[in-house]
Design a protein around this ligand. Sequence first.
Ligand SMILES: [Zn+2]
Ligand SMILES: [Zn+2]
Length: 259
Amino acid sequence: MKISILTDNNPGGNTGAEHGLSYFIEHEGTKILFDTGQSDLFLQNASLMGMDVEERDLIILSHGHFDHGNGLPHLPGGKLICHPGCFVKRYRTIDHTYIGLKNSRDEIAQKFDLTTSKAPLRVNDSMLFLGEIPRITDFESQQTSFSFEDGSPDFVADDSAVALQTEKGLFVITGCGHAGVVNTLEHAKKATGKQRIYGFMGGFHLKKRDRQTIETIHYLKKNRVEHVIPSHCTGLPALVAFAESFQIQSVRTGDTYTF
Ligand SMILES: [Zn+2]
Ligand SMILES: [Zn+2]
């Protein structure tokens, strides 16, 4: 399994960075572009890394926020899987700035071979798009700083992830983690029928050293997760708490992780 960091918040040696996420995932012969960041930076970085993102089987969009999906218009097309709720108009509650996708569902569907699914969707024998993630814990996804056009709260129900099945257990990759790390991993267990978690990587959406961060660390330790790799939207106080419990390193664009 190989995961290449095309876009993330920290720059590598000669690759740029932005607030966003785009990973290129290669696992058992299948290649997935997971998110696209907020600009064409993922394409620039891919070419600096000597990679061609056109050599892929499909694109998975983790959720409908600009920093994950606004790179899409820079692609010529191809297969795309996401949750149907990705195309809603959505805003930051505090100042009403628009944070949804630049393109409408129609515009995306014209260009891409689009499949939307709330249910988990199997990509192949060893990869699963998790679909909508039930919010089951009492310490995650309890508040939101986002709202819909009519002002009602937006808990980002479209937030999903991808689960890779390996001999050592599940390796789950998340975009922004709005659903919560524990909710995401419990759903991955249910959807795949596998109980062991080998790794978890991506945006954890943990900001402070609060109850949610502490409970998340406790859960990952209890489940003996071997690779814990927080990036993108994970805040510094939360990263410090993770560094005390796991061997973490900062994820930078241009990096390639092989497991
Ligand atoms: Zn987001
Ligand atoms: Zn994000």
